[in-house]
Design a protein around this ligand. Structure first.
Ligand code: ADP
Length: 496
């Protein structure tokens, strides 16, 4: 296969850069054999460029390249793996403005958010797992004088990774860094809506000096490329971030192919609880950010707010006023907080849920869907009086909050946990007793107390119930990317 040249792209901020458009296999950008995919700027509606897409046969080629690189990478000195990951962090830092601009154009998110949240997170992720590469260890077991036992943590080999479009480069980093640190080789598929930063990151992998075949990156549709990864017989682990619906299919495909290990980071309908003794202004600000950040396209969005009855009416008024201040506009305007949704399909889906909610009797407190800017913008929206069967009880993945009052701690625990999701939760209180009790009671992988959102490489992240299987970040993810080998030795004790 011949190497494809990059395409020169002019970004809305006036910068020009070389965008690779090929599949990255064996450290080369090559053509794919599936139909090319146009990637669209959701703010302008214009095609940015066409990306090569991988067919099942291309995935076979990528997996073969990874298989070939597998032993060499596994046996590379851990300190050398660490050095390469640190080099990646340096290169991402060098190009952070470009990568943030790429994600902003491809996804519609505000450039300032992309630069200060996504890129800062991606850099710290690479640095954190560079630090982990030479700190992976097993245990020794006390078996008496006649036996010696120990365990090793070994990589799975070829890992398939499938990422979503809401934080394109950050999710890329969360998948790539720990997998490579632990000595795995990878075939990663970007989301078809936002393939650009993945391919750009691939060019940095080559520049950093990773050996060919260690990290392979492809663009493609879920139903073709994604399925080829999930069903592949030589892929030993699949890590997926996306919807619960697709997560369930991934698990089924893994089971029906080769029982590959599965880790899933899925949807949520996270509760955000305000007690009457909380710092009121801070809570209003945090609830607004908890739902409106990234246009609500966040798996941990605090999409269900529960406010203690004595402050409910006042809270509703304050939130309404705060919602009116959300600054929408061009993602490259430094004052913009709120950009367009990622795609027309997502926009239609959210609008349909909003309309369904209104029909089911919910009251619009703020917003209501239609946005004065038109296009793919949806106005930040708050609903009250949402009943149990309302369409608004679904994960909306948009800037839509459902709010209701509560009277007792027992009541709010019951309603907060009354969901099949369990990704995250948040609460505001000045009582340490309330905080600790709630931290015990909430059925969620994360409990944020007196703040909401934000991830750190140190903190494990993942879901309870149908929000996922396994954890990303922290040392927890090391367990997701390594399998335990037990070694047991009979000792001779110098007997002849
Ligand atoms: P969303 O509905 O928010 O777009 P998805 O869960 O559909 O989220 O997509 C997340 C990722 O999963 C994307 O990379 C997408 O291409 C991929 N995907 C979608 N459907 C499948 C599938 N059937 N098998 C494997 N991957 C898929």
């Amino acid at each position: 296969m011949s190497t494809l040249a990059a395409t020169q792209i002019s970004l809305p901020n006036g910068k020009t850069y070389a965008q690779p458009t090929g599949l990255f296999i064996n450290n080369e950008f090559v053509a794919g054999s599936d139909a090319k995919i146009d990637t669209i700027d959701p703010y302008t509606g214009k095609v940015i460029c066409a990306m090569e897409a991988a067919s099942a046969a291309d995935i076979d080629v990528a997996v073969a390249a990874a298989e070939k690189a597998k032993r060499g990478w596994r046996d590379t000195l851990p300190a050398q793996r660490a050095a390469l990951l640190n080099k990646m962090a340096d290169l991402i830092e060098r190009d952070a403005d470009i990568i943030a601009a790429i994600d902003s154009t491809d996804n519609g998110k505000a450039f300032t958010m992309a630069r200060h949240v996504d890129l800062v997170g991606a850099i710290s992720c690479f640095r954190f797992y560079a630090g982990y590469a030479d700190k992976i260890h097993g245990q020794t077991m006390e078996l008496g004088r006649d036996m010696h036992g120990y365990t090793k943590r070994e990589p799975y080999g070829v890992c398939g990774q499938i990422i979503p479009w809401n934080f394109p480069f950050l999710m890329w980093a969360w998948k790539v860094a720990p997998a490579l640190a632990t000595g795995n080789v990878i075939v990663l598929k970007s989301a078809e809506q936002t393939p650009l930063s993945c391919a750009y990151g691939a060019s940095l992998i080559k520049e950093a000096g990773f050996p060919p075949g260690v990290a392979n990156f492809v663009t493609g549709l879920g139903k073709t490329t994604g399925v080829a990864i999930a069903t592949h017989m030589k892929i030993r682990k699949v890590a997926f971030t996306g919807s619960t619906l697709v997560g369930r299919q991934i698990m089924k495909m893994a089971a029906e192919s080769n029982l590959k290990k599965v880790s899933l980071e899925l949807g949520g309908k996270s509760p955000h609880i305000i007690f009457a003794d909380a710092d009121f202004d801070k809570a209003v600000e945090t609830v607004a950010n908890g739902i409106y950040f990234n246009q609500g396209q966040v798996c941990v969005a605090g999409s269900r707010a529960f406010v203690e009855a004595p402050i409910y009416d006042k809270f509703l008024e304050a939130l309404k006023a705060r919602t009116a201040q959300v600054k929408s506009g061009n993602p490259f305007d430094p004052t913009t907080y709120h950009g367009p949704q990622v795609s027309a399909i997502q926009c239609e889906r959210i609008n349909a849920l909003i309309e369904g909610g209104v029909k089911a009797g919910a009251k619009v407190v703020a917003g209501g869907g239609k946005h004065e800017l038109g296009g793919l913008f949806i106005s930040p929206t708050v609903f009250s009086d949402v009943t149990g069967t309302s369409p608004l009880q679904n994960e909306i993945f948009g800037p839509v909050l459902v709010i209701s009052p509560f009277k007792t701690i027992e009541e709010v625990v019951a309603i907060a946990n009354d969901t099949e999701y369990g990704l995250a939760s948040g609460l505001h209180t000045s009582s340490i007793d309330t905080a600790l009790r709630m931290a015990d009671e909430l059925e969620a992988g994360t409990v944020w107390i007196n703040h909401y959102g934000g991830a750190s490489p140190q903190l494990p992240f993942g879901g309870y119930k149908q929000s996922g299987i396994g954890r990303e970040n922290g040392d927890a993810v090391i367990g997701e990317y390594t399998q335990i080998k037990t070694v047991s030795i009979a000792r001779n004790n110098n007997k002849k």
